[in-house]
Design a protein around this ligand. Structure first.
Ligand code: GLU
Length: 272
């Protein structure tokens, strides 16, 4: 199927925005990038009639900035304090930017049990559905300030994959700061290229496994590939896009050959 047609079929999408995109080199929230992403989300909502759910990182980073911490602390309690301070700053930024576009947002903070305990799963799904029906954009993060090891998801790529399944989304878009999955480590190999379409995930998993863990293009890709595997096994498309580049989301929805698109391996179960 052509890219354009795939994107045209999307009615509900989860967009995961990573810390690397949200913050600039000096660890500050990069307001111009967030504003540009919000602008594109509003384009999807207003022009395309798509329901959008955001999974955002950046709480700990934003908290560290406010508290004036240069180095990420080791103590869990300090990380949780940073998350607590940063999460509210993060939401204030999203709230202001969406309100300028006439759109309301709602915060949902989840831990692992929202996905594993059926009653909580049902509640989380109903809240998301109700917010979407009210044209409110759900903005989800892990509840970092209370999550302890046993109840933590721990990684927002995986969290976004769980949210995509829970909300029966058609597509998961992972916004990061590289152009997509590379055929090699761009730092090592000058001839490495972005793989634009993946229909054989096991092949790609090999590629990631063989790459150096510190590799720029593929090192941070491991959890993204796990997230892609999780959703494509459940009939959901996955796309990795560079959020630092202008209009990447809009271009992708216009059928542009950017980022990496993972095709589902199974048929989707409909249960919204
Ligand atoms: N929940 C963390 C935060 O908001 C980020 C976790 C992740 O990026 O995987 O700071």
């Amino acid at each position: 199927m052509k890219r354009e047609k795939i994107f045209k079929g999307v009615k509900r999408v989860v967009i995961k925005i990573g810390t690397n995109v949200l913050t600039s080199a000096n660890n500050r929230l990069d307001l111009s990038i967030i504003e540009h992403l919000v602008e594109q989300v509003c384009y999807l909502i207003k022009e395309k009639g798509i329901k959008v759910i955001i999974v955002t990182s950046g709480a700990i980073g934003a908290g560290m900035q406010i508290l004036g911490w240069k180095k990420r602390p080791m103590e869990i309690s300090k990380l949780q304090a940073a998350a607590s301070v940063g999460q509210s700053r993060l939401m204030r930024v999203y709230d202001r930017l969406f309100r300028e576009e006439g759109i309301n947002v709602g915060q949902i903070l989840l831990t692992r049990d929202a996905f594993t305990i059926s009653e909580r799963r049902k509640n989380a799904r109903e809240t998301i559905n109700t917010l979407l029906a009210l044209n409110v954009v759900p903005i989800i993060n892990e509840n970092d300030s209370v999550a302890v090891e046993e109840i933590k998801v721990g990684d927002n790529d995986i969290l976004s994959a769980y949210v995509a399944e829970l909300s029966s989304a058609d597509m998961l878009i992972i916004i990061t700061d590289v152009d997509g999955l590379s055929s090699g480590d761009p730092k090592q190999k000058s001839n490495s290229e972005v793989i634009h379409m993946v229909d054989n995930l096991p092949e790609v998993e090999k590629l990631v496994k063989n790459s150096s863990p510190s590799g720029y293009g593929t090192g941070g890709m491991k959890s993204k590939i796990s997230a892609a595997k999780y959703v494509t096994d459940r009939g959901i498309y996955c796309v990795i896009l560079n959020g630092k580049k202008m209009w990447s989301i809009k271009k992708a929805f216009k059928g542009g050959k950017i980022g990496t698109l993972f095709l589902p391996t199974q048929k989707k179960q409909h249960k919204r």
